[in-house]
Design a protein around this ligand. Structure first.
Ligand SMILES: [Zn+2]
Length: 331
């Protein structure tokens, strides 16, 4: 009896306090690990050869492929259509950020034949979906330490990992608040701009296929954030980006009732060397960080329940469709 009570107590602790989930090593449940993500991308590319092009843009520091799935009509051909990027899995422990882009790819392809609205977007744009920018970190988060955030680069002196959302080459190392020069820090920016193979591979690919719009999924905090992130000064297109963010938020709330806060660094914290500032600063393309739920640490923080995967995707779907539509030529 005592034993049963002890087990029940441990079970309660496990579920009641997300901090204990860090010991839940080796099980990713309904979430996709690297191999499962790769399998989904291959499955979709295999089923829809005319609408997809699956490319590896490079290798992670531990040698894993960095996949981008292009979705468009005549996907094997480079067309003069809007290049739109949907990216997830920058930070290792942010598992839900991989699921939303992955489900979105499936949604577009499986509904293309039947859904005229989806078909119009896929025909009119070149949609680049990269669900997992940091595969090494994800595997480490699954198998070793659930709270891991950075890559698995060895920095020397028993220090591992670079924060890929501090390693981009626009205002890299602008100050030591929005990123850290300390290799032991969770926000270590690396030894130089694009010092990491993951960011550098995506940079090169984006330079070859310049974005007109981009969304980078993260979690948590339930927010939609747009540049600038490195400074409180407003970006030249701040008003335009605010309109897009507000409209995305409105469409999300219409599905689930959950409100995603919108704004620039004032609603979050300063970030330099971030992906959105680089995309906007380099291409003048509106770029958004979408911080998925949970909204707060006490609601679960980084650990979004498996039962919330489809709910989270469902509320993001109309926002994503609207986002792509923003960049289509209207006639
Ligand atoms: Zn993140």
């Amino acid at each position: 009896m005592k034993k049963i009570k002890a087990v029940m107590f441990l079970g309660f602790v496990w579920f009641a306090f997300p901090i204990f989930a860090q010991f839940n090593a080796g099980s990713n449940g309904a979430y996709h690990n690297f191999a499962e993500t790769e399998a989904v991308l291959r499955e979709l590319a295999g089923r829809y050869p005319g609408l997809t092009q699956l490319v590896s843009v490079g290798l992670s520091i531990e040698g894993r492929e960095l996949y981008v799935l292009k979705i468009s009509d005549f996907a094997q051909t480079e067309e003069s259509e809007a290049n739109i990027y949907i990216i997830g899995g920058t930070h290792a422990r942010e598992w839900i950020s991989i699921e939303v882009p992955l489900l979105f790819a499936r949604q577009l392809l499986e509904n293309y034949a039947e859904d005229a609205a989806v078909r119009r977007l896929v025909d009119g744009a070149q949609i680049y979906i990269m669900p997992l920018l940091n595969p090494d970190g994800l595997e480490f988060s699954i198998h070793t330490y659930r709270w891991w955030r950075k890559t698995r680069r060895y920095n020397g002196n028993f220090s591992w990992g670079v924060d890929l959302n501090r390693n981009w080459g626009f205002q890299w190392g602008y100050d030591n608040l929005g990123s850290s020069p300390d290799p032991n820090s969770e926000t270590y920016r690396g030894s130089g701009p694009f010092s990491e193979p993951e960011t550098d591979a995506l940079r090169l690919f984006m330079q070859d296929h310049p974005p007109i719009g981009a969304i980078f999924y993260h979690n948590f905090s339930q927010k939609i954030i747009y540049p600038w992130e490195h400074t409180a000064a407003p970006a030249p297109d701040q008003a335009k980006m605010a309109v897009i963010a507000t409209e995305m938020s409105r469409r999300m709330a219409a599905v689930s009732g959950r409100v995603y806060l919108t704004g620039s660094s004032e609603i979050s914290y300063a970030v330099n060397g971030g992906s959105c500032d680089w995309v906007y600063g380099t291409f003048a393309a509106p770029a958004f960080t979408i911080e998925l739920p949970n909204a707060t640490y006490l609601q679960g923080g980084f650990f979004t329940a498996e039962s919330e995967i489809m709910t989270t995707f469902a509320e993001n779907l109309p926002a994503l469709l609207y986002f792509i539509d923003c960049f289509l030529e209207k006639n």
